[in-house]
Ligand binder design. Structure first.
Ligand code: SF4
Length: 477
């Protein structure tokens, strides 16, 4: 009797829906772009140079790209800024350089680029049938409603989100905090923080001292890379003095968008000081970043992650956003995760579904699509590095996409429950039994569901545009 032949190496390679292939990281050559033809490596690796050369409008983009990209694109971009954009434009050279990374861009390749699609959205990207979902709102997660003190969202029982500032070194078109973060646009007048930064920080620390049930603090904004280091360090050391705080996570997309910031010797030395104190006190100190596409993972990003880990940060994790046209395929997600995990020491942690903010319908996917994507990426990465796809359900919080309780696929309404009360439901007897709704993009629904929403739109006021300018909560608990 002859032994049965086992699978060959070749059969493993060709029969899988996704084929892993290790790819070395490459820093795209910035001198391929006319405006940066003479930029030296020293300039490129300087955080000051990067910040000074961010692209803030179509004219500045034109100075970098020149005639490689046609006037049609710049017109489209200007129209979007004037009529649709919820975020003002701010793209560091590091991020712009990852658009069409392998060659000089053309109009067509620039339009098609995944990083461009979310960092430089244009009018023609957006849907014309349903540019906004009727239930879209500016603070779609109701974070302000849950502020315990200004900027401190207390949603989950043991965790808080501390928004220390409202700016970032880069502005993402789909930003879920579009209500607060960045400069006002013609479509969105931003909410202004009222307290002085020092008073806000004092109020947060005071609340945490009074609330020992909170053990986990996400220090965010905006992006903490825009906070002067001495202020961030002082806040972190004060947090580390609250002995009930056991986890601290620093939220910074700049680790990818402006890695030069996190590579500055004084910043690395500062991180090291904070990490030493955290370790001595047994507190888990981590960085959470936000990378949406594999092209953004470059050697400089990997260096910045390594520098943070060598400084004593326990972990660098990625929380991406699931975006149609950017990363919403199994291959896109897996390529990104393998680059993060295998080449940059960044743990793939979450992909959030894009929130129901105004003008985001062209980016959003349905819960069914997210479930399919979660299924499709299982089994390739190490288990601990397989990201969870989550839906941030208004008034609920993060739910793994398979946790849906009920799902009306005709109308695209999913129903969710939760196992804790948020900060605004302490006296609500139904908080733990109520079903909370989330809505799929209407253009993804069958014809009957789309017709139902058209009838609804005729009879009810949509959440967008708002009838009045939002105000911060009158009082903080
Ligand atoms: S970095 Fe984060 S907070 Fe800043 S614009 Fe992007 S998504 Fe919003």
């Amino acid at each position: 009797m002859t032994a049965q032949a086992g699978p060959t190496e070749a059969s493993y390679a060709v029969e899988q829906p996704y084929v892993y292939c290790r790819r070395e990281l490459v820093e795209p050559d910035w001198t391929r772009l006319p405006g940066w033809r003479d930029v030296t490596r020293e300039e490129w690796e300087s955080a000051q140079w990067q910040r000074a050369h961010c692209v803030k409008n179509a004219g500045q983009l034109r100075e970098v790209l020149g005639d490689l990209v046609g006037e049609r694109f710049y017109r489209d971009l200007r129209r979007d800024q004037a009529e649709r954009a919820t975020m003002s434009m701010l793209v560091p050279p590091q991020m712009l350089n990852t658009m069409v990374p392998g060659e000089p861009p053309s109009t067509e390749t620039f339009y098609a680029d995944p990083v461009r699609r979310y960092m430089l959205p244009v009018f023609s990207d957006r849907r014309v049938d349903w540019p906004s979902h009727p239930r879209a709102t500016r603070d779609s997660l109701h974070e302000h409603d849950m502020w315990a003190v200004e900027g401190l969202t207390h949603r989950y029982p043991t965790k808080v989100l501390a928004e220390l500032l409202s700016t970032c070194p880069q502005y993402c078109g789909h930003c879920t905090r579009m209500d607060l973060v960045g400069n006002s646009t013609p479509s969105v007048a931003k909410l202004q923080l009222a307290l002085r930064p020092v008073d806000r920080a004092d109020a947060m620390i005071d609340y945490l001292r009074r609330t020992p049930g909170v053990r986990d603090v996400v220090v965010s904004g905006g992006d903490v890379a825009n906070l002067p280091w001495h202020r961030l360090e002082s806040f972190l050391l004060r947090l580390l003095d609250v002995d009930t705080v056991r986890d601290i996570r620093l939220a910074t997309k700049a680790l990818m968008g402006l890695p030069q910031h996190w590579l500055q010797p004084d910043i690395v030395a500062g991180l090291e000081r904070v990490a030493v104190t955290a370790r001595r006190r047994g507190v888990n100190l981590a960085i959470h970043t936000h990378v949406n596409h594999v092209n953004s993972v470059t050697p400089l990003v990997a260096r910045a992650a390594r520098a943070a880990l060598e400084a004593g940060i326990r972990d660098v994790r990625n929380q991406g956003v699931l975006l149609e046209g950017v990363n919403a395929t199994p291959a896109d997600l897996l390529d990104l995760c393998f680059a993060l995990q295998g080449e940059a020491n960044v743990l793939p942690y979450y992909f959030y579904m894009c929130d129901m903010i105004p003008f985001s319908e062209h980016w959003r996917v349905s819960v069914a699509t997210a479930q399919h994507l979660q299924h499709a990426i299982m089994g390739y990465l190490p288990g601990y590095a397989t990201p969870r796809l989550v839906c941030d359900v208004p008034f609920v919080g993060k739910r793994w996409v398979h946790q849906v309780e009920d799902y009306d696929r005709q109308r695209g309404i999913s129903y969710w429950t939760k196992n804790y009360r948020t900060g605004i439901e302490h006296a609500d007897p139904d908080a733990l039994t109520r079903r909370y709704e989330y809505y799929d993009p209407i253009h993804t629904l069958p014809a009957s569901g789309q017709a139902w929403w058209r009838r609804q739109a005729l009879t009810s006021r949509s959440g967008w545009p708002p009838t009045e300018h939002p105000k911060p909560p009158a009082s903080y608990r």
